[in-house]
Design a protein around this ligand. Structure first.
Ligand code: NAD
Length: 302
């Protein structure tokens, strides 16, 4: 079997186009422009790239984009004041504090200071609780993107065996909740799971969110299963002509061997990655609609 390679880049472009269309309609019909504020503390180069990209795509979708860049030694009180000001700003519907924060700042405290209705990352404990109890919530962007790709390719997920590898608060746990919400039989596997290959072999759906390059080989995969690779790992790939090291991005899945067995697989790059920012835009639109007593557009939420 040769797997269908899921084009996350194309799907994310479709989601962004839908968001852009709804934003234009919100403006025309109600005079409302959704606003997203991103708060970056410190100068982590990867975070700076993400924040730039988020800002650019927010503006391209017709929304207002605000960036707060704070120095690495910002105090917790000052950061909490920025969050409080954004909570009170009626032109801002989504607030994202870029993680990780410098170690002197308490991430849980800062995230839980965000108004849950503006928590477009879906990390506030209220949103975690709402998701766990099957209520309307803000859903973390990466798992939401995975769910959209799964639904698009498989249709109904009801009754399928799903294994999520990884139990982090930002990917593994919310992913498992979303799959449960779609009536899958869900197993969460992690670093202490016994016989991981056997657990994964049972699955019709495998979501790998571990952070270990190419750890899931093809012989762990049930023939025909759909494999969603969340991992982003940079590995050595020889040297460049000028003698400097060359690297490349790979997922948590050994793509070549998995593609021979699976029914469908997401590549890295170009699979789940582009869906994350598309879902951030979708969440900002959803938050804006809800803040104004309007229905959030269908297909862009869980
Ligand atoms: P994390 O480090 O918080 O969690 C990793 C999880 O993997 C842990 O729950 C751990 O128990 C589990 N694990 C570790 N070793 C294992 C093993 N040998 N067998 C089974 N499970 C094991 O990571 P995270 O934040 O959830 O991210 C996971 C990966 O997804 C990373 O590569 C990260 O870069 C990537 N990621 C991608 C996106 C995206 O937009 N595509 C977003 C978030 C995270």
């Amino acid at each position: 079997m040769t797997a269908t390679v899921i084009d996350g880049k194309a799907f994310a472009a479709k989601v962004r186009a839908q968001v852009t269309e709804h934003v234009a309609r919100l403006k025309a019909d109600h005079g409302i422009t959704p606003g997203l504020a991103v708060v970056l503390v410190g100068e982590d180069p990867a975070s700076q790239v993400y924040v730039r990209s988020k800002g650019k795509q927010t503006v391209e979708a017709g929304m207002k984009s605000v960036e707060h860049k704070l120095s690495a030694d910002t105090s917790e009180a000052d950061l909490l004041q920025v969050v409080a000001d954004l909570n009170a700003d009626p032109t801002i519907h989504g607030i994202l504090v870029q993680l990780p924060l410098p170690t002197h700042l308490n991430e849980d405290l800062v995230i839980n200071a965000i108004d849950p209705a503006k928590d477009v990352d879906g990390f506030h404990i209220s949103n975690v609780g709402l998701l766990a109890t099957g209520q309307k919530s803000m859903v973390p962007c990466t798992p939401l993107g995975c769910l959209m790709l799964l639904r698009d390719h498989l249709g109904s997920l009801s009754g399928k065996d799903a294994v999520v590898i990884g139990r982090s608060n930002i990917v593994g746990k919310p992913m498992a909740q979303l799959l449960l919400g779609d009536s899958c039989t869900v197993t969460i596997a992690h670093s202490r799971t016994k016989d991981l290959p056997d657990v994964v072999r049972r699955a019709d759906i495998v979501v790998a969110a571990v952070g270990r390059p190419q750890m899931v080989p093809g012989d762990w995969i049930k023939p025909g299963a759909m494999v969603v690779d969340v991992g982003i790992n940079r590995i050595d790939a020889g040297v460049k002509e000028d003698g400097s090291p060359r690297t490349r991005l790979v997922g948590d899945v050994d793509f070549d061997s998995v593609a021979k067995v699976a029914g469908a697989v997401t590549p890295v790059p170009g699979g789940v990655g582009p869906m994350t920012i598309a879902c951030l835009l979708a969440n900002t639109l959803t938050a804006c609609c809800r803040a104004n007593g309007l229905e959030a557009p269908e297909g862009l939420t869980a």
